[in-house]
Design a protein around this ligand. Structure first.
Ligand SMILES: [Zn+2]
Length: 481
């Protein structure tokens, strides 16, 4: 079975559904987003070596059913038993494929499964296209299945589209986009690099993501990482542009200065712009990790640091309510370090856990632990305190398994797979964690790597250009002599 994530139940039947230049997808009226129609029109062309055009036909007669066939399908179908969100059935026969679903997302996932089954076969002249006959029943184990994607200075729009396509084709539910100084805010262009992407650059990718059923969660660090950079390189997207922006930050530039009302106004404006950019959604990721020197300037240090942090969190939470959104925060500063084995847990707090009882439970805790290979005790502690919790692994299979199992075994809210600066070297990562979040990961790392290049090749065709192919521009880094 070459569908990732692997469907929950499937039976292969005899025969194949052969099709040629045209396919008609008859769907119930208004059952797909316009962005989905656009995205799937492109994807069907790409997955059929440019041979097949699809036409979406909206029908008033169809219940929660869609039909893929060579000719329009014009029969009334009864409303089949209702399905939960994300649940779908796909029956593929020799002349058609029938999809049963309740919500739009189920229809999108069934279309993605169909695309993944398309085979290109030899024929006497040219090629022919088919999909093997199957009965598939499918639904995910976890509803909230997110991937965190970083846009660094070196991240091309083409690479970003590949990463988004991969999250869509492996049926994630959310992507979190973090711009590392690489989004041009209208309210203050100087806080981003001159090469930052504009709204016009990014919007088509947001729509593409939405078309594939992904909710896009905007992200901006609201405490540490205020430079929109990493501590190890010392680049500061605001202060290296204009040092007179210094009062917005603590003296060393690493954290925002939250007793400066101008800082709070700027963050509010940036949130508004990102929310407008990222489209409909229920969340906003506010970062909040590694704020080593928060509250240290002359004005801030006169106040209690924990109180400052609490006030900041409450203000953000209240503002996000206006948009119907909940904040997601990294929770590494929200634990009593001594309670955990530091060989298994990485924590950066200094007593901030004391504010936990007073924080609004609208705040969702994103508990990242990258060396932990047991059920995350930290995550369970936050859940016991009444928080919605997302477990966040990174770059080893053992760590991913531990994070996903923690979420599943303790019915936590879900999982965020993080990818940071290593995504292009880890082709296996997104297919692996997506499979694990949906059901179970049964393939080898090599098979997940091949799954990545299989989709990348189709979703963002290289058109024969070496640097456009695969998941990184070059196979070798640096100069080769
Ligand atoms: Zn300050």
């Amino acid at each position: 079975m070459f569908i990732v994530p692997e469907p929950k139940k499937y039976i292969q039947k005899d025969g194949n559904f052969y099709f040629s230049q045209n396919l008609v997808i008859t769907i119930p009226e208004n059952s797909l987003y316009p962005e989905s129609i656009h995205a799937f029109t492109e994807l069907f062309k790409n997955y059929t070596a440019g041979k097949t055009d699809i036409e979406f036909l909206q029908s008033k007669k169809l219940g929660h059913t869609a039909v893929i066939s060579e000719k329009p399908f014009d029969v009334c179908t009864p409303c089949i038993k209702s399905k939960s969100d994300y649940e779908y059935e796909l029956e593929i026969r020799e002349n058609f494929a029938m999809i049963s679903f309740s919500e739009t997302i189920g229809l999108i996932h069934a279309l993605i499964s169909f695309l993944q089954l398309i085979r290109i076969e030899d024929a006497e002249t040219d090629i022919r296209l088919c999909v093997p006959c199957y009965d598939i029943y499918d639904k995910p184990d976890i509803a909230f299945r997110a991937i965190h994607l970083c846009v660094f200075h070196q991240t091309s729009l083409s690479f970003l589209k590949k990463a988004i396509a991969l999250c869509g084709m492996t049926k994630c539910s959310h992507i979190i986009i973090e711009f590392w100084g690489m989004y041009r805010y209208e309210c203050c262009p100087e806080i981003s690099w001159k090469e930052a992407y504009t709204k016009e650059d990014i919007l088509p990718l947001i729509k593409y993501a939405n078309g594939l059923g992904l909710e896009v969660i905007p992200m901006l660090n609201h405490l540490g990482h205020a430079s929109q950079g990493r501590i190890c390189f010392g680049k500061h997207s605001a202060l290296d542009n204009n040092l007179s922006l210094a009062p917005l930050f603590e003296d060393d530039g690493w954290s925002w200065c939250t007793t400066n009302p101008k800082t709070l106004r700027l963050l509010e404006e940036c949130r508004r712009e990102l929310i407008e950019l990222c489209g409909k959604g229920s969340y906003f990721h506010i970062g909040f990790d590694e704020a080593y020197t928060f509250g240290t300037c002359r004005r801030c240090s006169k106040k209690d640091r924990n109180e400052l942090m609490k006030e900041h969190l409450i203000n953000i939470t209240e503002d996000l309510k206006k948009y119907g959104r909940r904040p997601i925060m990294w929770s590494d500063m929200m634990h009593k370090n001594d309670d955990y084995d530091n060989k298994m847990y990485w924590l950066s707090g200094h007593g901030e856990y004391k504010i936990r009882p007073e924080l609004p439970r609208d705040i969702i805790m994103a508990e990242w632990q990258y060396i932990c290979t047991e059920e995350f005790k930290t995550a369970k502690s936050l859940a016991a305190d009444g928080f919605s919790v997302l477990t966040c692994p990174w770059d080893t299979a053992e760590n991913i398994d531990a994070a996903v199992n923690t979420a599943k075994n303790n019915t936590l809210m879900g999982v965020i797979g993080t990818t940071w600066h290593t995504l292009s070297q880890m082709q296996w990562l997104i297919p692996y964690i997506s499979d694990k979040m949906w059901g179970d990961a049964n393939l080898s790392i090599q098979e997940y790597q091949l799954c990545c290049s299989y989709h990348v090749r189709r979703c963002v065709p290289a058109e024969g250009r070496y640097e456009n192919a695969g998941f990184s521009e070059q196979e070798l880094s640096g100069h080769i002599y």
